[in-house]
Design a protein around this ligand. Structure first.
Ligand code: ADP
Ligand code: MG
Length: 499
């Protein structure tokens, strides 16, 4: 794979040079940020977080935009499901893009002791990371995917060297989760403690970080651990079924000490969820530790069957709350220090740090994004980061990620008026197309724009069942993916509700 020819070079030497078509790197990077924002808005937070959060722009040259992701699995998924969409979006944001290529970067390369803070590329605006260690960042495409046993054999993901207990900042909202994670990780001998240990929280609140922390600690203690995301679990199992080695796959899974499963809300499909249930039971019954994370409590995992849900709820369920300002400030400080290890000249004064910690309230991911923006800014301009520049650099993060609290009632009213029906039509039992479509759109928007659970949304829509809501959400999601007019329409409704 080619090391970033235009973007990194220009940025790394602080020149802010031009791409080969006369575009500045800044313009391309900004267009890419808009593409990501649109994908997030159009596909919803869940889909975006699973497939696109780690998609980065490496370079644009000769009309080809080269994108990278950390795993081969993500690459093939994006290629088979979303390539056209990403291309279309990118083309509408930047001129001269003719095609896309997706490569695998080595972000998840095996840890090198002492180099933790340096090995992980700083995600976000592409330029920030590169100068430090292009070699560590862009190794052979194969490297990330190959892995060692047992992860490799089972399709487990390598652990991210940066996500350890040491780098996890403890505060009020995550203290219990952190304590449980440490206990489970350090537990040695005897039956598992809390089984399963189940974390749930919204996006960017540290679930994956804690899970990787457990993974490192267990591994360092010489025990066998495997970290799987839901998509890898499904992929591994489907593959095993294809090659008729499902039994062996299960046996291998059951031979490990700690199974860590991230984002289980994505586990779907009848046979796979049944298999997930069996694996869970077998491991727990054998006294092996299972640790799970999801974006919602076990009771709300609609795609799983009741018995699996109750098994998941049967251990210790811990919610990680939103980050309060003190915690955000500490996380920010620790991120700034980590970045400074590779960019000693990067200075962010206390006033700026305080502003960022106050302004970015949503989650850890955005804090990280903000640090990347500041770094990119400092590297590109060579000027110190002032309050003014910080404000400009993170403006879109602040605006975009702080949507106004939207009320279901307002959604119903707005959607009804857009489609010339009444709000009571939407709440009614009527099933004519003229009412069904706005009703489903309103349900979809309620799911995407509010924190209400599906059963709660069902109640607010004239006492409907949560499966009806789920059906509506899925249907609109799918329709948005296929119909750009609808996609724009829904986007417009979202904006109207959030402004
Ligand atoms: P989730 O899996 O819940 O969506 P992540 O674990 O991916 O969230 O966290 C998002 C980002 O925020 C990561 O860069 C992570 O390191 C950081 N982060 C979140 N919580 C903390 C914390 N308590 N201490 C340090 N970093 C954190
Ligand atoms: Mg996560």
């Amino acid at each position: 794979m080619r090391v970033d020819g235009s973007l990194a070079e220009g940025v790394g030497s602080g020149r802010g040079g031009n791409g080969d078509d006369g575009r500045s790197n800044g313009e391309v990077a900004a267009a890419w940020q808009r593409v990501k924002r649109r994908l997030r808005a159009e596909l919803g937070e869940d889909v975006f977080a699973s497939w696109f959060a780690r998609l980065e722009l490496q370079e644009v040259s000769g009309g080809v935009a080269r994108l990278t992701v950390p795993t081969r699995f993500l690459k093939s998924w994006i290629e088979s499901h979303y390539l056209d969409r990403v291309l279309a979006t990118f083309r509408s944001e930047a001129d001269g893009i003719e095609s896309l290529e997706v490569g695998v970067r080595g972000a998840m390369a095996p840890a090198r002791p002492g180099a933790a803070a340096l090995t992980k590329p700083v995600p976000g605006p592409r330029p920030a990371a590169s100068p430090a260690s292009p070699a560590a960042e862009l190794p052979e495409p194969e490297r990330a995917a190959r892995g060692n046993a047992p992860e490799g054999e089972l399709g487990g993901a390598p652990l991210d060297a940066r996500l350890t207990f040491e780098s996890f900042v403890v505060g009020r909202s995550n203290a219990l989760a952190h304590a449980a994670a440490e206990r489970v990780a350090r537990h040695d001998g005897g039956p598992a403690l809390y089984n399963p240990l189940y974390f749930h929280a919204g996006v960017g609140l540290g679930k994956t970080h804690l899970l990787h922390g457990i993974g490192h600690a267990v591994k360092n203690a010489g025990r066998r651990v495997i970290y799987l995301t839901a998509d890898r679990f499904m992929y591994g199992f489907v593959n095993a079924l294809k090659t008729q080695s499902a039994l062996a796959f299960k046996e291998k899974l059951r031979a490990i000490d700690v199974l860590i499963l991230d984002d289980v809300q994505f586990i779907q499909g009848r046979s796979i969820q049944a298999e997930f249930g069996h694996t869970l039971n077998a491991l727990i019954d054998a006294g092996r530790q299972v640790v799970v994370a999801a974006d919602r409590p076990p009771t709300e995992l609609e795609s799983l069957d009741e018995r699996v849900r109750s098994r998941l709820a049967g251990g210790l369920v811990v919610e990680i709350g939103t980050l309060d300002e003190a915690l955000r400030a500490s996380i920010l400080q620790s991120r700034l220090e980590a970045v400074r290890a590779s960019h000693p000249a990067f200075e962010v004064g206390p006033a700026v740090a305080e502003y960022v910690a106050k302004a970015i309230t949503a989650n850890g991911r955005d804090l990280e994004g903000a640090v990347n923006r500041l770094l990119a800014h400092a590297t590109l301009t060579g000027a110190p980061v002032t309050l003014d520049t910080a404000e400009t650099a993170i403006r879109d993060l602040v605006k975009n990620r702080e949507p106004k609290r939207v009320k279901i009632e307002d959604i119903q009213k707005l959607v009804a008026s857009r489609y010339n029906v009444s709000r009571s039509d939407i709440l009614s039992e009527r099933r004519t197309a003229a009412v069904v479509k706005p009703r489903q759109i309103a349900m979809y928007l309620s799911k995407v724009l509010t924190l209400r659970s599906l059963p709660e949304i069902g109640r607010r829509f004239g006492g409907r069942d949560h499966t009806t809501v789920l059906h509506a959400v899925r249907k609109i999601e799918k329709a948005i993916g296929e119909d750009t007019a609808l996609c724009d329409e829904v986007e417009l409704l979202k904006r109207m509700l959030q402004d």
